[in-house]
Ligand binder design. Sequence first.
Ligand SMILES: Nc1nc(=O)c2c([nH]1)NC[C@@H]1CN(c3ccc(C(=O)N[C@@H](CCC(=O)O)C(=O)O)cc3)CN21
Ligand SMILES: CC(C)C(=O)C(=O)O
Ligand SMILES: [Mg+2]
Length: 266
Amino acid sequence: MARVRLHHLQAAKNEGRKFAMLTAYDTMMAGIFDSCGIEVLLVGDSAANTVMGYSSTLPITMEEMVVFAKSVTSGARRALVVCDLPFGSYEVSPEQAVASAVKLMKEGGVHAVKLEGGQYFVPHVRALVAAGVPVMAHIGFTPQSEHALGGYRVQGRGEAGQGLVADARALEAAGAFAVLMEMVPTEAALLVDESLSVPTVGIGAGGATTGQVLVWQDMLGLGSGKSARFVKKYADLRTVVAGAVSAYHSEVLDGSFPATEHGFGQ
Ligand SMILES: Nc1nc(=O)c2c([nH]1)NC[C@@H]1CN(c3ccc(C(=O)N[C@@H](CCC(=O)O)C(=O)O)cc3)CN21
Ligand SMILES: CC(C)C(=O)C(=O)O
Ligand SMILES: [Mg+2]
């Protein structure tokens, strides 16, 4: 199958079809998701949480993102691979944004980048697009600004919905190929989607967006503890993994693993 390209995502919007996006951070999971037909893989800075154990996405570095990006692109044959620009790698200037994106494309092999923020980042998006870097914009709840936003909370309620529309339109005009919305009211996301020609992607943004995205450890039930309202658990991998690992553990202790067939003859 040929690579998913930007115009395929645009065609989905134009023709009223949907596409699915899922995070990936390593080559094996990327390969599985790709073979399932997931259109877009996101090398999310959520790797800071899901892989590295940080409590926010702020600490992850460019060097670390490059490692995850390389791992994902080596496992993805068909999916479009989008990589988050991590906190601190683009805000300073359009030039900084281009330098960071070029590194992720050159060393990580990704096809596009995603950056968090509204109208303020129009010059950054313009510079990236001019340099040949496809950009997905991320508005609504932007985890890299959790301290500025005052915590993990829904954005764009009431009057603020118009602010989302203004941001989204400005980012589209700057050349963003898609706009992702995180934790915004369903009605606000619908309004944004209707205001844009480019596709939208949602996480906790209702069903009106062209695309949906989830963090894979959330949707496959690998994590412990309570997950966000927008997560649907499609599997309980934590229980599956714990069961298998416990069986291995007890078989090693009681000597039933390895059996004869796991050993080599003379
Ligand atoms: N594992 C994981 N899943 C994610 O979806 C995710 C990350 N990590 N890291 C980066 C960002 C942060 N995100 C998150 C994480 C948690 C909530 C959350 O706990 N939401 C609560 C409270 C919402 C509120 O108070 O309004 C919820 O119940 O949805 C939201 C967004 C989304 N992203
Ligand atoms: C939650 C998604 C949209 C993301 O940005 C990430 O996984 O880092
Ligand atoms: Mg992210």
